[in-house]
Design a protein around this ligand. Structure first.
Ligand code: FES
Length: 188
């Protein structure tokens, strides 16, 4: 049996009939409502995607960066000629950071009286290095990077020496400046 669709005039937005039947004609009020709904959805999606970018661009104005000084302990805790591991909580962290909020640094007090504070992470791929006083070297367990006691690169894949934290003595305590992620361009 041949199906002959009934001839009828189509209004704007109406769909033609087919073998399955004729769709309900769309009323102008419904079309308008769908238009507004589409526009509102597009606006909300744009805001959701754009607000973080705007927040990032304005962050120097909204929250200017302050120098943060971390107390590593009394200067007298670091005897001359020793290199010691210090574990502290990074003040730049979120409540949900958990263990990753912990940070480690090595404090070296040389025989000559000079202080150095090293970030404990290898400058190759960031593994924590270990200080070996017997050999006077920092060794990285991941790919065999080696550093001298003054933080300079000795051998292996690290592209440079250990990162050093700016430090100062204040009221008999050793303070290190944090809140800055070092890059390869930082002075060794
Ligand atoms: S991470 Fe230390 S040598 Fe690769």
């Amino acid at each position: 049996m041949n199906y002959e669709p009934e001839k009828m005039s189509l209004g704007e937005g109406d769909l033609p009939c087919n073998a399955a039947g004729c769709p309900e004609p769309t009323s102008p009020a419904r079309r308008r409502w769908l238009g507004w709904f589409g526009a509102l959805s597009a606006l909300l999606a744009s805001l959701a995607a754009g607000l973080p970018i705007v927040g990032y661009l304005l962050s120097p104005v909204i929250r200017p960066r302050k120098d943060l000084w971390l107390d590593l302990g009394p200067v007298s805790d670091f005897p001359a000629g020793a290199t010691q591991l210090v574990k502290v909580e990074n003040p730049v962290h979120q409540p949900w950071d958990g263990k990753s909020a912990q940070m480690a640094a090595y404090v070296r007090h040389s025989q000559a009286g000079e202080f150095q504070v090293f970030a404990a992470n290898c400058t190759h791929l960031g593994c924590p290095v270990t200080w070996f006083p017997q050999s006077g070297l920092f060794l990285c367990p991941c790919h065999g990077g080696v550093y001298y006691e003054n933080g300079e690169r000795a051998s292996g894949p690290p592209p440079r020496g250990l990162y050093q934290l700016v430090h100062q003595m204040k009221d008999g305590r050793l303070l290190a400046k944090v809140g800055h992620l070092p890059t390869l361009q930082d002075p060794a």
